[in-house]
Design a binder for this molecule. Structure first.
Ligand SMILES: Nc1ncnc2c1ncn2[C@@H]1O[C@H](COP(=O)(O)OP(=O)(O)OP(=O)(O)O)[C@@H](O)[C@H]1O
Ligand SMILES: Cc1ncc(COP(=O)(O)O)c(N)n1
Length: 284
């Protein structure tokens, strides 16, 4: 039975497991790299970073963003993987086609990807929860043609599923159909998140490996404070992979983790507050 307390914390003075998040910064501290750093720290993982973009963002939305030069994004991955070493990698907001291409090149060089030593979780972030674009329209093809084929697992939400596959997920069957269509794009596993399936009292996520489906379901919370849920799930999965879990076990761990973080989410600003891993510190 996988529990949210399962990942071991490292004793003082010893080097913990390491992971990298390749993602954008959220100035409001709810999603993006800031969410990844919180979850990774509280999963006992030393988080390293390849920053892809600076967003101007708060609880009400994203007003603008500024991409980091693609060469600098790739060089951050090379610098970290070549010295510190990483057990697993995660991508979030990638902003432009040129950044995606630079990430793919650096991952291939450093042994990151589905057929390499270091597993790669790809959260194909296309827009914020407020509907503000975080990926250039023309970058979708590069995401699918270059990044998906090297992904260990892709984790789209239902809006991203619609953009990627033209499938509108409304029930279990269409969620499975979408997982099959996404798997055909090249990742080893496709995870279709059911967070936006508001008709259900559950929040079912479906994982597909080309043969078997695994449905991982937890209770649904009626809350508007769910900012950063997707990043938190993907980061927790990345931590579990860095600790040596299989992909199905990492997804099960990540799902339990994000559910616990949704239970602990809090209001912030006038809009959507963030999911919170701070419960792990023992406050609630
Ligand atoms: N209201 C909710 N109650 C329970 N679980 C939820 C809820 N909303 C989302 N989840 C779960 O949280 C995880 C993230 O799902 P979601 O579909 O919200 O991703 P996302 O839209 O990419 O998140 P983000 O808001 O960070 O972009 C999934 O495991 C999903 O099932
Ligand atoms: C930098 C960055 N990365 C990802 C998200 C998606 O998160 P959400 O869907 O909760 O807005 C975001 N808003 N900002």
């Amino acid at each position: 039975m996988i529990s949210v307390h399962q990942l071991p914390l490292t004793p003082d003075g010893q080097t913990p497991v390491r992971a990298i998040t390749i993602a954008g910064s959220d100035s409001g501290g709810g999603a993006g790299i800031e969410a990844d750093l919180r979850t990774m720290a509280l999963c006992g993982v030393h988080a390293t970073v390849a920053l892809t973009a600076v967003t101007v963002q708060n609880s009400l939305g994203v007003s603008s963003f500024h991409p980091v030069p693609p060469q600098t994004v790739g060089d951050q991955i090379r610098a970290v993987a070549g010295d510190i070493g990483i057990g697993a990698a995660k991508t979030g907001m990638l902003a432009t086609a040129d950044i995606i291409a630079a990430v793919v090149t650096a991952c291939e060089e450093m042994g990151i990807g589905r057929d390499a030593r270091i597993p790669l979780v790809v959260d194909p972030v296309s827009a914020s929860m407020h509907g503000d674009k975080l990926l250039a329209d023309e970058a979708m093809d590069t995401l699918v043609n270059r990044l998906f084929p090297i992904a260990t697992v892709v984790t789209p939400n239902l809006d991203e599923v619609l953009l990627l596959t033209d499938i509108s997920v409304t029930d279990e069957q269409t969620q499975r159909d979408a997982a099959v269509a996404l798997h055909a794009m090249g990742p080893r596993f496709a995870l279709v998140k059911g967070g936006h399936l508001r008709t259900s009292r559950q929040s079912p996520d479906v994982l597909y490996d080309g043969v078997d489906f695994l449905e991982i379901s937890e209770p649904r919370f009626d809350t508007v404070h769910d900012h950063g849920a997707g990043d938190t799930l993907a980061s927790a999965m990345t931590c579990a992979l860095a600790h040596g879990f299989t992909v199905p076990d990492a997804v099960t761990f990540g799902k339990r983790w994000v559910t616990r973080c949704l239970r602990a989410s809090y209001p912030l600003g006038a809009g959507h507050g963030p999911v919170s891993p701070l419960w792990r510190l023992g406050a609630s």
